[in-house]
Design a protein around this ligand. Structure first.
Ligand code: ADP
Length: 227
């Protein structure tokens, strides 16, 4: 089954002479359980596409179906609900709360989802175990390496059991060892049947996904498959 499908998606910013066509007719179908990389140079439209895939914004034209639901005409509040239910975000900057433990950081999406305390803890511990951090529950981000912090954010992305993990430049702040570490983790998730979409300007990172598409001037091109 298809987990997400974009059809004829465009995104235009501004009006009149100042119009920027950031996306120019994107067609993309991602089967459930795929490990897809979206790559492209600066200014090509990656962030714009990430915002649409992540239900942070809607297309100017075209449709976006996520987990069987057309989200391309939704209001802000409807989008927020879909986002929280279906998408686990991983960011370049980790976006962890510095004053909170790894466990608490991973629990947070469940707090927003209204999950009770005991179940929250249980699921957060399980997610941290799954990323190999079962022995770092009480550590704060500053007490963890960059690679470990990114693992915490992957656990936070997983804990709600989303339809898709959406990672925006997830290795951009990591050295090569930690980069491999996080990519290995994505491979494990992929092997377990998770859908993982990684947006990156790093060709080396894109080459390690199962499939890669390249965006240039707001248009998608298919790359040869690697792994
Ligand atoms: P990338 O993430 O690949 O660097 P972006 O999606 O950020 O690319 O940008 C694609 C194009 O859209 C660029 O020309 C950029 O200047 C333009 N753009 C992005 N966001 C906005 C915005 N909010 N308003 C106007 N133009 C924008």
């Amino acid at each position: 089954p298809t987990i997400l499908a974009l059809r004829g998606v465009t995104k235009t910013y501004g009006t009149g002479d100042l119009q920027v066509h950031a996306l120019r007719g994107i067609d993309l179908e991602v089967p459930e359980g795929d490990f897809l990389a979206i790559t492209g140079p600066s200014g090509s439209g990656k962030s714009t596409l990430m915002h649409i895939l992540g239900c942070l914004d809607i297309p100017s034209e075209g449709t976006y179906e996520l987990a069987g639901e057309d989200v391309s005409q939704m209001s802000e509040s409807e989008l927020a609900q879909v986002r929280n239910r279906e998408i686990g975000f991983v960011f370049q900057q980790f976006n962890l709360l510095q004053s909170q433990s790894a466990l608490r950081n991973v629990e947070l999406p469940l707090v927003y989802a209204g999950v009770g305390r005991a179940e929250r803890q249980e699921r957060a511990v399980e997610a941290l175990r799954r990323v190999g951090l079962g022995d770092r529950l009480d550590h704060r981000p500053t007490q963890l390496s960059g690679g470990q912090q990114q693992r915490v954010s992957v656990a936070r992305a997983l804990v709600t059991d989303p339809a898709m993990i959406l990672a925006d430049e997830p290795t951009g702040n990591l050295d090569s060892v930690a980069t491999q570490d996080v990519l290995q983790l994505f491979h494990e998730l992929h092997d377990q049947g998770r859908t993982v979409v990684v947006i990156t300007h790093e060709p080396d990172v894109a080459a390690q996904a199962s499939h890669a598409v390249r965006i240039r001037d707001g248009q998608l091109f298919t790359e040869t498959s690697a792994a």
